[in-house]
Design a protein around this ligand. Structure first.
Ligand code: FES
Length: 167
């Protein structure tokens, strides 16, 4: 397998670029020897796709430009955004990690009354708190009052966040 094709397929596998982009990138780069790496091309492609609203949804992959005004809070560690368009809480956990969690409260499903402190999200509807760790997942509206919020795989590449809803 040619190295460039392998890189493209790896980027798709990692969720850095959507599978639909593979063909586009193949066409754009097949005879292009401009010194730009495949990763840089994928990054620039996603910057362009997210430029209008800060996000680009491709099937079950959501791409977010954290430098866009709509998502700029994510540049600060400890800050979160309740992205009600995509039913997720986005939390800037560390310098290189953003968590993507379901915004559906595991108790009775409220999605718009979240606050965050000391590693937990608290739903103000009935005052229950939920963690951001792995395991002990408390599913949406399941009448559970403890546990961790459902988490989706999220990868940060420079300022582009990829969320995989198929996880
Ligand atoms: S709906 Fe969130 S605590 Fe009850």
């Amino acid at each position: 397998m040619k190295r460039t094709l392998f890189i493209k397929k790896t980027l798709v596998f990692l969720g850095i670029i959507p599978s639909s982009t593979l063909l586009i990138l193949s066409c754009e780069t097949e005879e292009n020897d401009d010194g730009i790496t495949e990763e840089e091309k994928a990054y620039l492609y996603l910057k362009e796709k997210t430029s209008e609203n800060g996000f680009f949804l491709d099937g079950k992959l959501l791409y977010i430009d954290t430098s866009n005004d709509h998502y700029s809070k994510l540049q600060n560690i400890g800050e979160f955004i309740n992205d009600t368009n995509h039913y997720i809480l986005l939390l800037r956990k560390t310098e290189d990690k953003v968590l993507a969690l379901s915004n559906c409260c595991p108790h009775l499903g409220t999605s718009n009354r979240w606050s965050y402190s000391n590693g937990s999200f608290r739903c103000a509807n009935h005052g229950n708190s939920y963690g951001t760790g792995a395991g002990s997942v408390a599913n949406c509206s399941s009448n559970i009052t403890s546990g961790n919020l459902k988490q989706y795989t999220a990868l940060l590449d420079k300022d582009i966040l990829t969320v995989d809803f198929d996880t």
